[in-house]
Design a protein around this ligand. Structure first.
Ligand code: ADP
Length: 431
């Protein structure tokens, strides 16, 4: 009996111990499971936060291109369709998917879709692809749809024994734009660099010509044997001196205009008075040509006041007039202005040598000269072109070789807007 009681108690103790042990084990298991759940929740939270904040669309898709999970709706704030899951092309707004009934994968052109092809290939190879460039109509955070340049990447994976893929779509539109702008800026800088070098080479050549003449004939002057020779050499030195001075003045003007430091002084200009003054000046300058060249001023009888830089305006008309006198042996020089859509149209028409057809389009470029035997720098028209452009007008020429030319430019009557675009320092404007 006692033995039976002892055995019974031992069994009871054993069962009790087993119970306590099992209790401990299951508590440990519960704790583990709790920790695992916590960790799962944590990583789920992390995943969700990454999905919501990343600057890219992430699409988790199955073998049929159905999007099982995505941050698309978080980013675009678009409404999730009820009752059906979208496919890749529906979300990335492939035009075919949008226009064809049934959406992505059901249109006949889906077979040639490069993204679909790449995804298919990647599923078959169980691999990945990166940075496939594609143009897609994408919704932005404000819900606006715009055509975007994108990089699409994909990574094959198996989840719960099911094949899937993570697709990432990066909008690189801004990057592309910046890249294009950078390329344009680089090209511009390279062109400017090239033309600066060409300008420098040309300039040194042009300066050397009168300089050599001055040095050479000054030396000859010392050894000139007759008065006649002396006068001739002096004349050459004098005219090359003038040319050199003009060249340097032109070069300074050009570089000032380019650097935006040429000053413009805006004021009200009585155009008829200005044209009258120019006429008087050139009548005096005609000298020996006055018998063979007639100067005709054509100005409307009524007063015309414009708002611009008087000196620059005079500089351009005078440059045209100087050239007309220089390149006309006989006939007439007619100059004047009319009103036109842009404001005022100024012209200087001559019956001179004209410009050959192949040169006429280059005549406003620096150092372009048709006749090398006439004095000149080849910079005057380039300066005129820049001045007129700065003052908000257009410039041009019509010419017939052997018959004459008409140089013209337009200017706004009211240049106040142009002035406002510049920087004003001490009443002068840098444009
Ligand atoms: P420059 O007269 O000092 O050479 P420009 O820039 O004023 O420089 O003129 C450039 C060239 O354009 C001249 O050398 C000349 O060949 C041509 N040209 C300019 N005006 C006329 C004109 N009225 N008739 C014929 N050719 C002209």
């Amino acid at each position: 009996m006692t033995i039976l009681i002892l055995v019974g108690m031992a069994v009871l103790v054993g069962v009790l111990l087993l119970y306590v042990f099992e209790l401990g084990r299951s508590r440990r298991l519960l704790l583990k499971a709790g920790n695992a759940r916590k960790a799962l929740r944590g990583s789920e939270e992390l995943f969700r936060s990454i999905m919501q904040n990343v600057h890219a669309f992430i699409l988790l898709i199955d073998r049929d291109f159905v999007v099982t999970r995505t941050n698309y709706y978080d980013i675009t704030k678009a409404r999730k369709p009820e009752g059906r899951l979208a496919r890749v092309g529906d979300l990335l707004r492939c035009n075919n998917a949008l226009s064809a009934e049934g959406g992505c994968g059901t249109h006949e052109l889906c077979g040639s879709c490069p993204i679909r092809k790449k995804i298919e290939e990647t599923f078959r190879a169980k691999s990945s692809f990166t940075d496939l460039e594609a143009i897609l109509d994408i919704r932005d955070r404000r819900g606006e749809v715009a055509e975007c340049d994108t990089y699409v990447s994909g990574e094959y994976m198996e989840i719960d024994d099911k094949e899937g893929m993570v697709i990432t779509v990066h909008d690189i539109t801004r990057l592309k734009k910046a890249e294009a702008e950078l390329n344009r800026a680089r090209e511009k800088a390279e062109n400017a660099d090239r033309s600066k070098s060409a300008f420098l080479a040309n300039m040194s050549h042009e300066i050397r010509t009168p300089l050599n003449a001055i040095v050479g004939f000054s030396e000859l002057l010392a050894s000139a044997s007759t008065e006649e020779e002396k006068t001739q050499f002096l004349e050459i030195v004098h005219s090359n001196n003038e040319l050199l001075q003009q060249l340097i003045a032109d070069i300074l003007d050009l570089s000032k205009i380019e650097a935006g430091t040429l000053e413009f002084t805006f004021s009200e200009v009585d155009v008829n008075q200005l044209m009258f003054d120019i006429e008087q000046l050139f009548r005096m300058r005609l000298e020996d040509k006055s018998a063979v060249i007639q100067i005709i001023r054509e100005t409307p009888p009524d007063e015309c006041v414009m708002y611009t830089d008087r000196n620059r305006l005079q500089q351009v008309v005078s440059n045209f007039m100087t050239n007309a006198v220089k390149f006309t042996d006989e006939g007439s020089i007619t100059f004047g202005y009319n009103r036109c859509a842009e404001g005022l149209y100024f012209y200087v028409k001559d019956t001179g040598s004209g410009i050959p057809e192949d040169k006429v389009n280059h005549i406003f470029e620096r150092f372009v000269r048709v006749e090398q035997n006439k004095k000149g720098t080849g910079l005057g028209l380039a300066i005129c072109e820049m001045i007129i452009r700065k003052l908000g007008g257009k410039i041009g020429v019509e010419s017939e070789y052997g018959k004459g030319s008409t140089f013209w430019f337009t200017l706004p009557i009211n240049g106040r807007q142009i002035k406002e675009q510049g920087t004003e320092i001490d009443g002068k404007t840098n444009l």
